[in-house]
Design a protein around this ligand. Structure first.
Ligand code: IPE
Ligand code: IPE
Ligand code: MG
Length: 245
């Protein structure tokens, strides 16, 4: 099933910008929301493959801070899908040992969904399998600014010495504090941008862009992205010779 993949060279953390649902629907003369519904099937497929492969963290960009500006009907439909997912699928995730986490300004989500999400996180807290990390109401710049604010507040109160600040300690003020940086970032739908996703964390992440629209991105497309990742050399500023020496 996982042909052509080296189990020893799998990314620990894969992050995905799930894009292209609207275009998938439009191409079929369907309302955009049908694309979101079909995209949920890709979510299930990708979660399952990642789990079976033993990937440690899968972060899915499900709703950006900027997405609040979409037409209210679309926002409510997306919230409905999220509610359905949390209501119907958390138990199965739990049975499979998956731990649910979230990043973003989740307190801005509708009350009921916010509570369901906290419940899912609590229910799966002790699970040792894959972490399914949902980026909801997430914005990378806001995350960095909030971290800076928190540091300034603690410094003002004399509870944090600014001299202690470095790249590692700064990262402990981000939503992703207890997660490794993404090794691989996938974006579907052909757009070549980050759209405010994990700006601090993706400093050395391998980027993979595919024209495939999210509802068409299933097991085989995911495996292809992983194979592409495994063909790369991650140098982190060093030379090829240094890495091999
Ligand atoms: C991604 O698909 C889903 C979300 C952003 C929530 P889009 O809805 O952005 O689909 P396109 O980009 O319009 O095709
Ligand atoms: C990014 O997709 C956000 C998610 C996939 C949740 P968008 O479709 O909102 O991105 P832009 O606005 O086209 O860059
Ligand atoms: Mg889009």
């Amino acid at each position: 099933m996982f042909e052509g993949l080296d189990p020893a060279k799998l990314p620990q953390h894969v992050a995905i910008i799930m894009d292209g649902n609207g275009r998938w629907a439009k191409a079929r003369h369907l309302p955009r929301i049908m694309g979101h519904r079909e995209g949920m099937k890709s979510v299930r497929a990708v979660v399952e493959v990642a789990r079976k492969l033993g990937i440690k963290v899968l972060t899915l960009y499900a709703f950006s801070k900027e997405n609040w500006q979409r037409p209210p009907e679309e926002v409510s439909f997306l919230m409905r899908l999220l509610r359905e997912y949390l209501e119907k699928e958390v138990e199965e995730l739990h049975q499979k040992g998956i731990r649910v986490k979230a990043i973003g300004e989740i307190e801005l989500l509708p009350d009921e969904i916010y509570r369901l999400l906290l419940g899912a996180m609590e229910r799966t807290r002790a699970n040792k399998g894959m972490i399914l990390n949902l980026a909801l109401s997430y914005g990378g710049r806001a995350e960095i600014v909030n971290a800076a604010k928190e540091i300034a507040r603690l410094a003002k109160e004399g509870r944090f010495d600014p001299e202690e600040l470095d790249e590692m300690s700064f990262a402990t003020f981000l939503y992703t504090r207890d997660l490794p940086d993404p090794d691989l970032l996938i974006r579907t739908s052909g757009e070549l941008r980050l759209s405010n996703f994990l700006l601090y964390q993706c400093a050395y992440t391998e980027l993979y862009f595919t024209p495939t629209l999210w509802p068409d991105f299933r097991e085989e497309e995911f495996l292809e992205a992983l194979r592409d990742y495994q063909r790369r050399e991650r140098r982190f500023g060093k030379t090829s010779e240094q890495l091999r020496g």
